[in-house]
Design a protein around this ligand. Structure first.
Ligand code: PEP
Ligand code: MN
Length: 360
């Protein structure tokens, strides 16, 4: 439920692809009836993984999109993957362009589009690249900024991995959070459709985006999602989209003075615990160095596989007792182990370690 007085996310919605004039207009009519959206989206040129998939209707669809936007009274947006797309979209009157994940990954393509748009003031939204590379994402912004385009926003659509049990594209939330730190002036929009790949998860991911202070959502919506020509499993009817938006809990970013005080006390306690964690880790590494000296004296290798396997197993078995996930315990133990090996190398092979440190 959207509570009064709380900011509403910017909502960009519309079908994954424009399929027919009628499908675009009917989707727009239902969106107008059920939801208050801020921008209408539809893919005209679709970068598809396999060659025989539907690759978009092409230029003819631009007019359908623009007309549907006029009917709704909202601006329109579509994906452009090269200079020709950008020119055709602008000529047809599309208001905002977006750069897809498969284009952001390619600096030549990004530069070509930025050059084609130089001299226009068109707003551009840039999706994260398919690979989890923050610098590449930021680099795309720099290319558009250098071309004089200042109305830029970012879309987080998750990152490709091979066969993930839950997501189509893993969110890696730490990357959009780091993006925010580096580019605080850029509005950040979440695309739960391409993160989840399935409509059952859209509410959960949209809520998370709101709790992480995203400024808006881009969600695919189709009049008949199961019959969609692309991304059928993740699209929602406009009516169900309106329910999703209704069910979002929008929390305030700012705190009252008394809430601020309570939070400060809790954060101080956390900070004390963090200090203790690092003190323990320091002691832990001193122990590792003692073990390193022992191994050096007895001329044995650092890695004792059987021992390490047992350590990991015993920690993973306890994960649930501590209320922690196995994934978290595994990554903490791996990080501790890597740091421990570094400390052991330092005592066992002092000259090697120095060389390594000089190089890196
Ligand atoms: C899309 O929005 O339809 C799309 C193809 O997105 P992405 O570039 O995130 O895969
Ligand atoms: Mn799609």
């Amino acid at each position: 439920m959207i509570r009064e007085g709380n900011r509403r996310p910017v909502l960009i919605a519309g079908p994954c692809s424009a399929e027919t004039e009628e499908q675009v207009m009917q989707t727009a009519q239902e969106l107008k009836q059920f939801c208050k959206i801020d921008m209408l989206r539809a893919g005209i040129w679709k970068p598809r993984t396999r060659p025989d998939s539907f690759e978009g209707v092409g230029e003819v669809g631009l007019e359908w999109l623009v007309n549907a936007g006029k009917f709704m009274g909202v601006p329109t947006t579509t994906e452009v993957a090269n200079a020709k797309h950008a020119e055709q979209a602008l000529k047809a009157g599309v208001d905002v362009l977006w750069i897809g994940a498969r284009t952001t990954v390619n600096p030549f393509a990004v530069q070509e589009i930025a050059d084609a748009l130089n001299g226009t003031k068109v707003p551009v939204m840039i999706k994260n690249p398919v690979n989890p590379d923050l610098e590449l994402w930021i680099g795309a912004f720099e290319r558009f900024e250098k071309a004089g385009l200042n109305e830029l926003s970012a879309i987080h659509r998750g990152f490709s991995v091979y066969k993930h049990p839950k997501y189509r594209n893993v969110p890696n939330w730490e990357i959009p959070i780091a993006f925010r730190e580096r580019m605080p002036h850029i509005p950040l929009i979440c695309d739960p459709s391409h993160i989840t790949g399935k409509r059952a998860l859209l509410q959960e991911v949209s809520q998370k985006a709101m709790d992480l202070n995203f400024d808006g959502l881009m969600i695919e919506s189709h009049r008949d999602p199961d019959a969609a020509w692309s991304d059928a499993a993740q699209q929602l009817t406009p009516e169900n989209l309106s329910k999703l938006i209704e069910n979002l809990v929008l929390r305030s970013r700012e705190l009252s003075d008394s809430a601020q005080e309570g939070l400060t006390t809790l954060r101080e306690k956390i900070s004390i615990l963090d200090d203790r964690l690092f003190e323990i880790l320091t002691t832990r590494m001193q122990m590792s160095e003692e073990v390193g000296s022992f191994k050096q004296r007895h001329n044995i290798t650092i890695l004792q596989e059987e021992h390490w396997r047992k350590v990991i197993m015993s920690r993973l078995e306890k994960a649930a007792d501590y209320g922690l996930t196995e994934k978290f315990v595994r990554s903490v133990m791996d990080a501790i182990h890597q740091e421990s090996i570094r400390h052991q190398i330092r005592v066992m092979n002092p000259s090697l370690q120095q060389n390594h440190e000089k190089k890196s």
